[in-house]
Design a protein around this ligand. Structure first.
Ligand SMILES: [Zn+2]
Length: 302
């Protein structure tokens, strides 16, 4: 018999064949939703406050609904969950969650499912918004542990195009912070590459910790601001005081830009959402970008 995923046994999402064996049977699918707490296991009647019972209803899209034996009121099983926002069958909604969780691009999801392009786009936008919400709900300071080092850097997204003929594209400066040796990153879009770049450092990095940056002049006041600031010349071989030769923030920029390239480019107004998704994946995901289990756990508790 199919084991319905013990979430504590592994951080990885179910493999594709396991996933489809769960969702191809409607009973299994509903059990799964309840096992991972995406749907509630119990419900009280909002009219008479008695415990409701699950009742089979073949005419309804979810084939079940909650029914109160006392006052006979009924409620959808998706009421008060994120799944009531869409008319899609629960199976399709879970497919989108799964493919987003395992970091599949929209054009790939279209190949695996019978869900329309527009619906997948709308859902991915919504799920990126959730990543942002979950990050905001669990804010972190970088550099809080003894001896930690935070690398900071700015990067330009949406480089100038030949003949300047791109439509709806703009150059965007992004300020990035990476705590060395951890998966903790933060980004902020800055309107101009000037002193305002320092504002996210002040609110996101613990005073007293070590900061590595390039030699850009706006960073020259960081020591006065209470940080232990070292500069690194990008054009020369990077060699930090602790002997480390890696530059982790550079690696992060490469990953983000590779992601944007794999999405066949991203418009200016979507960069923030892409950075939120990246931050969430990088902080909570496995090395392959798989955040499915973390995502459904956060959704279950929202
Ligand atoms: Zn009732």
């Amino acid at each position: 018999m199919l084991e319905l995923l013990d979430m504590s046994s592994s951080d990885a999402a179910p493999k594709l064949f396991e996933f489809y064996s769960i969702i191809c049977d409607h009973g299994n699918l509903l059990n799964y939703f309840r096992n991972v707490q995406l749907l509630k296991n119990t419900r009280k009647c909002k009219d008479c406050l008695k415990e409701m019972k699950l009742s089979k209803r073949s005419s309804k899209i979810d084939k079940e609904e909650w029914k109160c034996d006392t006052c006979l009121s009924v409620e959808s099983i998706r009421q008060n969950s994120m799944f009531e926002r869409s008319k899609l069958p629960l199976r399709k909604q879970l497919e989108i969650l799964y493919f987003f969780g395992i970091d599949m691009q929209i054009y790939e999801v279209e190949k695996f499912t019978d869900i329309s392009h527009g619906t997948i786009i709308e859902w991915y936008k919504y799920l990126r918004g959730l990543c942002r919400e979950f990050l905001k709900r669990d804010p972190i300071m970088l550099g809080t542990t003894e001896g930690s080092i935070v690398e900071i850097d700015e990067s330009l997204f949406g480089k100038k195009r030949k003949y300047n003929c791109g439509i709806g594209k703009q150059d965007t400066w992004v300020f990035g912070m990476k705590e060395k040796g951890t998966r903790r990153v933060q980004f902020q879009i800055v309107e101009k590459r000037n002193k305002q770049t320092l504002i996210p450092i002040k609110s996101s990095v613990e005073r007293g910790c070590t900061i590595y940056s390039d030699c850009w002049k706006s960073y020259s006041t960081l020591n006065e601001e209470g940080f232990d600031h070292f500069t690194v010349n990008h054009s020369e071989n990077f060699k930090a005081p602790d002997g480390t030769c890696r530059n982790e923030i550079e690696g992060v920029w490469s990953l983000v830009k590779l992601r944007i390239k794999s999405m066949k480019g991203v418009l200016h107004d979507k960069i923030e959402a892409i950075l939120d998704e990246f931050t969430y994946r990088h902080r909570f995901g496995l090395s392959n970008g798989d955040v499915y289990n973390k995502l459904i756990s956060d959704i279950a508790h929202m």
